[in-house]
Write a protein that binds this ligand. Structure first.
Ligand code: DGJ
Length: 734
């Protein structure tokens, strides 16, 4: 949200930087343009967002609503439409009348930032609307800065990040909904009259139930490869509200921002409220094109170390849960090393002195090693990891405490809790949220990481968890007048702590976890390397969950682990081949106790890890093409990654249903070079006979137009056959 590295600042109402004349502002990326009409003293109007247009077309540009729809609709003088900003002035007046004052152009972090400054026609209040362009990824980030120059406080009651008018037509909305263990279910629906609201009110986490990212297909029913499509993501870790109002005007009004419910924000004289960014992209290549733009932008700008390969890891949670002990950790480390892994992560259960963490009822906040479980402490574990030539990682949940903890006993004032109320507790019946609006708590959270890393600089990876909603609205730190700041200031405070952590530990790998996929958002991801997609590790259900997640998030960020059979969440028994093939399509890891694995499971996992290493750069940095959606219920799901040079690709194919004599669709590949010839090799193979196309060469044209017929079942001895079937194919140009 902050503007860093200011290089130039030019106030202009002249040509240059894409500003053609006094009124028209054109912002370009490589393939898209966004155009505004900014007449001084008038409302700022939106004219265009879509394919890149020539300057010569600008003068004749017409918009759906005559001279254009208002870019940042303000409340008060025209009271009927949905508005993006509203406030109560210090004298009680509830109206705004924002008009264009100036246009600024800066270069920030090497990117063009265009700012349009609006001023109220009477009150000394200004709103700066910013657009940062990412040309190669066809992405804009837009956010606003609302400044109070009155003599007394103003109260912001609405403060959206942005409003985007979308020309009415057969426009469809695609969005993600779900629940814990069933995150990111894809939903598509046509926009019809009325209001569609997608929102979150959890307080701490925001993506279990819905996502703050959406796509709009402008040419009717969403298509994976074709059609003009807009993608939008609100970069915020807290409560959000995305509204799409389809009223009598010629536009759908899309308004996105922090959820203002229970959160009016007071601005003192001279203060500025900065909204989170809304990221916008546009593609003519349908949903897939929008996803690829998001993935490229994320890897380059919105994810820590997006250009570095991720390690294959074993995480201890589903293997031993809270049963942490030195012998067990050492044995897991040896086992993951034997299978070819590169990192071991010790999950929950390692800490607590006065109160040992044996279950979820105590100890959060007491980040001291439990020497009864680990007599040689973390040093001992690091030594063990070193002996195995792997790296070591550790779990923390620093934003929370338990009532049964030394931290709470010493600092009951650190928890979020209103006066005069008996608190509602979270996980385990005693968990509470620490008040990150309080600078002392921000410092505490920073110190949790800093102490660990100072004492044990060899820790390579931290799993940062968050397992509770923000209940008990009440800050013991904020003043009585500012209690409504809590839901916003919690996240501002969290970012402050993370800024400090990243300033000191830029190389540390940190996973963002939240009882599974509760924190897949671009507000927090810039501080993290990856996120735990779901607590549900069932391979079949993961195909659906990871499919939805891939709409906006790149595979390199998606932690995807092989787990035990029967699965701990669905109790389904899935063969190891299918489990490994699904996990291999994201950031591969393992989530089970190796000592309980059969020889066959170990062997297949070892093979999968070795094969994964051979395709890791393609999976983690390649372009994603979704070929057949599991949501289309065709009995099959398929996706592929293609590297930038279109030299190498990996194709995943999963049978999602089993019927005798079923006819499954042939797989037509995507994203290849039609002129190149590709050799097909099966990876992670279990069949006794190679596939008919094994080792054969096909042109990119053939693979994309005709595709390959994948056999429905595996070729196996009778006693090894199951109703599960999956394939991983590598394509190599030569
Ligand atoms: C919830 C996470 O999603 C799990 O992976 C695990 O880390 C537990 N918390 C530990 O309490």
């Amino acid at each position: 949200m902050k503007i860093k590295n200011l290089i130039t600042a030019v106030i202009l109402f002249s040509s240059g930087f894409g500003i053609l004349n006094a009124e028209i502002i054109k912002l370009d990326t490589d393939k898209t343009s966004m155009v505004f009409k900014a007449d001084k003293g008038k409302k700022l109007k939106h004219l265009y967002y879509g394919d890149k247009i020539q300057d010569s077309d600008l003068k004749n540009l017409t918009s759906a609503v005559g001279s254009g729809a208002t870019v940042y609709p303000d409340y008060g003088m025209i009271t009927v439409p949905e508005t993006a900003v509203a406030m109560i002035h210090s004298d009680g007046n509830m109206t705004l009348d924002l008009r264009v004052e100036a246009v600024e152009k800066k270069i920030v972090d090497g990117k063009d930032v265009t700012s349009i400054i609006l001023k109220d026609s009477y009150y000394p209040v200004s709103v700066k609307i910013n657009y940062k362009s990412f040309p190669e990824q066809d992405m804009f980030e837009t956010w606003t800065e609302i400044t109070n120059n009155e003599n007394d406080n103003i109260k912001l009651t609405r403060f959206a990040s942005a409003h985007l008018p979308i020309r009415k037509g057969n426009v469809w909305l695609s969005h993600l909904h779900g629940a814990w263990g069933n995150e990111t279910k894809v939903e598509h629906e046509p926009l019809q009259h009325g209001m569609k609201i997608i929102k979150n009110r959890n307080g701490t986490r925001n993506s279990h139930l819905a996502h703050s990212e959406v796509m709009f297909s402008l040419d009717g029913k969403p298509d994976e490869n074709n059609g003009r499509t807009i993608g939008a993501a609100l970069c915020w870790g807290g409560n959000y509200r995305l509204k799409i109002d389809t009223d009598e005007t010629k536009n759908h009004s899309f308004i996105a921002g922090i959820n203002e419910d229970d959160s009016p924000y007071n601005l003192k004289p001279g203060e500025t409220f900065v909204t989170p960014e809304l990221a916008l992209t546009y593609s003519t290549e349908g949903l897939g094109g929008v996803s690829r733009n998001f993935h490229k932008w994320a890897r380059k700008y919105k994810l820590m170390h997006g250009d570095k390969e991720r390690k294959v890891l074993l995480n201890s949670w589903e293997g031993v849960y809270f049963d942490i002990n030195e012998k067990g950790m050492a044995s897991m480390m040896k086992d993951i090393t034997d299978m070819g892994g590169e990192l071991f992560v010790m999950d929950d259960g390692w800490f607590g002195v006065k109160y040992p963490r044996n279950n979820d009822k105590s100890s959060l906040g007491d980040w001291m090693v439990d020497k009864r479980k680990l007599p040689h402490g973390i040093k001992g574990l690091l030594k063990e990891a070193d002996k195995n030539k792997i790296k070591f990682g550790i779990w923390i949940e620093p934003e929370f405490t338990n009532v049964k903890s030394e931290l709470f006993e010493a600092h009951p004032e650190y928890v979020i809790k209103p006066e005069n109320r008996t608190p509602v507790y979270g996980r385990g019946g005693g968990q509470m949220v620490l008040d990150l609006s309080n600078p002392a708590v921000q410092d505490l959270v920073y110190t949790v990481v800093d102490t660990l890393m100072t004492n044990y600089p060899d820790i390579d990876y931290i799993k940062w968890d968050a397992n509770m909603d923000l209940t008990n609205h009440g800050s013991q730190y904020l003043s009585a007048d500012n209690q409504s700041h809590l839901l916003t200031d919690y996240h501002k405070g969290l970012r402050k702590a993370l800024d400090r952590i990243r300033a000191k530990y830029p190389d540390l790998t940190i996973q963002l976890c939240s009882g599974g996929g509760g924190r897949a958002n671009y507000g927090l991801l810039p501080y993290f390397d990856e996120f735990w997609v779901s607590d549900n590790t069932d391979a079949l259900q993961r195909i659906f969950i990871q499919w939805g997640t891939s709409y906006f998030y790149p595979s390199i960020a998606m932690a995807s682990h092989i787990s035990a059979a029967p699965n701990h969440q669905t109790f389904r028994t899935i063969p190891i081949k299918f489990r490994t093939d699904v996990a291999m399509s994201g950031r591969l890891g393992i989530e089970m106790q190796p000592v309980h694995m059969t020889l066959d499971e170990r062997e297949q996992t070892r093979k999968a890890i070795a094969d994964y290493k051979s395709i890791r750069p393609i999976v983690q940095f390649g372009d994603l093409y979704r070929l057949i959606s599991p949501y289309d219920e065709k009995g099959v799901a398929s996706l592929m990654y293609v590297d930038e040079a279109k030299e190498n690709a990996v194709v995943y194919w999963y049978k999602t249903k089993a019927f005798r004599n079923e006819i499954l669709p042939r797989i037509k590949f995507s994203g290849l070079d039609p002129e190149k010839r590709y050799t097909v090799t099966e990876l992670n193979r279990i069949d006794t006979k190679p596939l008919s196309f094994e080792g054969k060469k096909y042109s990119g044209t053939y693979l994309m137009s005709s595709g390959l017929e994948i056999p429905v079942n595996h070729e196996l001895p009778k006693d090894k056959r199951t109703d599960w079937s999956s394939r991983v194919l590598k394509l190599t140009a030569n």
